[in-house]
Design a protein. Structure first.
Lengths: 203, 554
């Protein structure tokens, strides 16, 4: 192998392939969200399997209110918009703009939870729908409950990340804020599925 | 390439400091070793349970172990072996090897990695705490006794009062979350942290298979978690998911469980395939045959394995068309698996075989896994399944797959990478004894189960009547079990002796070609002094043979 070849005489570093388009943290978050999607899919499948199988009421059509669900959806979908604006403000290095939009996001998230609380209060005390009442109750409270739990968790994350940003505790390179927004968008996407499956189909 | 050891506690530091170092470690290599130690511990526990089961079945109408205890034993044996032996062992290998093989300094999220290990360990502890609850609140037994797949309605509050089932649920749930963190970490590491120049189609096949494996974990574990949460809600919040009296469905549990359970079989098998794909070429002194088809077959197995779960449910009485679909899908998975077997065989063909201990285990794997695969095809045939489902034939089948397959490969991996992790060689003599005792014992234990099963012996019976022709086969099995026990004893002796006074290994005792052999044995905490640049699938070959590097041909 002694051909006078430039490649062999000088150990040129190999052509380094372009880096993977996502950072480790982004891949990690995306993978985690995939597993979350698998989790929620299971709950949705369980809901769909038992839909209409009940011998006793209340049924979704009797007890769910589409209007309330639409209002609630507006809160949550709106919060996806505001968090996007917050991210844009962050990119533009406007800490105040970021804080304002994050505050808006958190407010909308809280309003969504309040809406859910009103819905549950009505379901439990007026319709008598509990988790043990029938299959609808069982699957409904499990699915909606886990989603609401994720929203709650998201609100905690949003609050913490906003304070950290304001306190300047995050380095400029930190991806935490962006990843929290991914999580929030995911929670929102799950809600769109729930809206279609539970409220749209049910009423 | 010896690199001076810094940063790790030296042998001179006091024991407490060393132990503290292990408990608080976030080094992927140490976490890998912790995983493997945990796995070996539970291997002993699950093995003793298996020996007790075999002792009880030694003669007909045996009264050594009562039916209640027997039910607990097979439940704990199955759960332990799957969740707390094979899973941590494969996590251990992946943790230790993947960063070394792709040439990086640690996994993407070292602290998450440590969390995953501790969750796995605590999961095991939660499961075994059940034994210490005495007879619990209702005097209804301590350990879970519902089988490793915990079918409804056995787990319903009516049939499983007391806390035993909850220990099963929580133990596997907690360790399952740990497994998920492991998978997230692995995918992020493999996708984003490869050494410069190493393309995704140049990673060692073990890494490729772990990538697919982690993908399967991401898809298959959350449904189990969801199902277990539903079960907890049924048990404690009055929900009706699996409660047939309120319109719920016991079949739903079976679907959800096996939607996890069947991919889980491949989650346990793919790392074994990966280990074999590393060992076979090195000890045949040849490049692996058909790298690309091997990688593609892995992806195909991963994909198809998500659509075969109901072949565990042929006897449930599903729709015939469903049975036909799942039967056909199960046949289909034999194609990529067959491709793998042929690739390994073709790698062996014409090679200069070196029958060192890792290679013995690899060859044992090939034979045993082939048998397990073939009985798998038999069981995927609906009418055959109707005849032998839930018989000892099935028990024989999945032990050929999981023990003859996964565990043989993992044992081979222990012999292959022990020198890297410790700097000492495992004794070849004891290794050969270990292998042959295991191989003979294994076939003596599980081979006769095929026959006992076809003769009608159901699984999970605590005893049987004489005169059904089962006695002889059961005695063979029990003898085989104890031969295997001796084999494992020799393995543990080998581990201890070799660690103390084994031959020095050097950096690259097998003259191998992947990056983990390019650094010192054991590697420094930072793995590589200089991150290597990679141009081919065998970077170390390129280093050793600059006159004839691989990248010219790939």
């Amino acid at each position: 192998m002694s051909k006078p070849n430039v490649d062999e005489e000088i150990p040129i570093p190999p052509p380094v392939e372009s880096e993977f388009p996502l950072s480790p943290a982004q891949v990690g978050m995306a993978t985690f969200l995939c597993s979350e999607a698998a989790f929620f899919s299971t709950l949705v499948v369980a809901y769909l399997i038992y839909l209409g199988e009940d011998q006793t009421g209340p049924t979704p059509a009797e007890s769910l209110s589409l209007t309330r669900a639409v209002i609630n959806s507006a809160f949550l979908l709106g919060s996806s918009g505001t968090i996007m604006l917050a991210m844009n403000a962050r990119k533009a290095k406007s800490l105040n703009g970021f804080s304002v939009w994050m505050f808006g996001t958190i407010t909308l998230g809280v309003l969504f939870l309040v809406g859910t609380a009103y819905e549950w209060e009505e379901l439990i005390y007026q319709d008598g729908l509990t988790i043990g009442r029938n299959l609808f109750g069982t699957t409904f409270y499990t699915l909606i409950g886990f989603h609401a739990f994720h929203v709650t968790l998201g609100l905690v994350l949003l609050t913490v990340i906003t304070f950290l940003e304001r306190a300047g505790r995050l380095s400029a390179k930190s991806e935490a804020t962006e990843l929290v927004s991914w999580y929030w968008h995911f929670v929102d996407a799950v809600w769109i599925v729930i809206f279609g499956v539970v409220y749209w189909m049910g009423t | 390439m010896a690199i001076a050891e810094t940063g790790q506690s030296s042998a001179a530091s006091p024991l407490v400091t060393q132990l503290h170092g292990w408990v608080t470690t976030v080094d992927h290599k140490r976490i890998g070793i912790l995983y493997i130690l945990m796995s070996l511990f539970f291997l002993v526990v699950g093995g003793v349970e298996a020996l007790l089961i075999r002792l009880q079945l030694w003669v007909p109408n045996n009264t050594l172990i009562g039916p209640d205890t027997f039910n607990q034993l097979f439940t704990m044996h199955g759960t332990t072996m799957i969740f707390f032996v094979v899973m941590p062992m494969l996590s251990g290998f992946a943790n230790y090897l993947v960063p070394l093989m792709i040439g990086c300094r640690d996994v993407a999220f070292p602290r998450l990695n440590a969390l995953g290990f501790w969750l796995a360990l605590f999961g095991g502890c939660i499961l075994y705490t059940s034994y210490f609850t005495g007879d619990a609140l209702y005097g209804l037994g301590s350990a879970p006794d519902v089988g490793w797949f915990a079918y409804a309605p056995l787990t319903s509050p009516a049939y499983a009062r007391g806390g035993s089932v909850d220990y099963w649920i929580l133990g596997t749930l907690v360790s399952g979350v740990g497994t998920l963190t492991f998978a997230v970490n692995l995918i992020a590491t493999i996708l984003t942290m490869r050494a410069p120049g190493m393309k995704l189609n140049q990673v060692p096949l073990f890494v490729w298979m772990m990538l697919v494996d982690a993908g399967l974990i991401i898809v298959a574990f959350p449904p189990l978690t969801a199902a277990q949460i539903m079960l907890l809600l049924d048990r404690y919040a009055g929900a009706h998911f699996f409660d047939t009296q309120a319109g719920g469905s016991a079949i739903l549990w079976q679907h959800l469980f096996w939607f996890f359970g069947h991919p889980e079989v491949y989650i346990m098998a793919l790392p074994a395939f990966g280990i074999i794909s590393e060992i076979v070429p090195v000890f045949s002194r040849k490049v692996i045959f058909g790298y690309a088809s091997m990688a593609a077959a892995t992806a195909a197995i991963g994909f198809i394995s998500l659509g075969v779960w109901a072949h565990h449910m042929f006897t449930v009485g599903l729709d015939d068309r469903l049975d036909a679909f799942f039967s056909a899908a199960s046949f289909l998975i034999a194609v990529p698996t067959g491709i793998k077997i042929f690739n390994w065989t073709a790698t062996l063909y014409g090679g200069r075989l070196q029958l060192r201990t890792p290679m013995l285990f690899a060859l044992g794997f090939l034979g045993m896994f082939l048998i397990g695969g073939l009985t798998g095809i038999m069981l995927a045939t609906v009418p055959v399944d109707w005849q032998v489902s839930d018989s000892y034939f099935l028990v024989a089948h999945f032990h050929y797959v999981l023990f003859g397959g996964s565990l043989f490969a993992l044992m081979g991996g222990c012999y292959y990478w022990f020198p890297k992790a410790t700097g000492k060689m495992l004794s070849e003599t004891l290794g050969a004894w270990h292998f042959w005792l295991l191989f003979v014992g294994f076939n003596l234990l599980f081979g006769p189960m095929h026959i006992a099963g076809i003769m009608g012996m159901p699984r999970r019976v605590y005893t049987y009547e004489a005169g059904q022709g089962w006695d002889f086969w059961n005695q063979l099995s029990t003898i085989g079990a104890f031969i295997m026990g001796i084999g494992f004893l020799i393995f543990f002796i080998n581990l201890v002796l070799s660690l103390r006074s084994g031959q020095k290994a050097g950096d690259d005792p097998w003259d191998a070609w992947t990056l983990e052999w390019a650094t010192s044995s054991p590697p420094a905490s930072y793995n590589f002094e200089q991150i290597p640049t990679v141009r081919s699938r065998r970077p170390l070959w390129d280093l050793k043979h600059p006159e004839d590097p691989d990248w010219k041909y790939e």
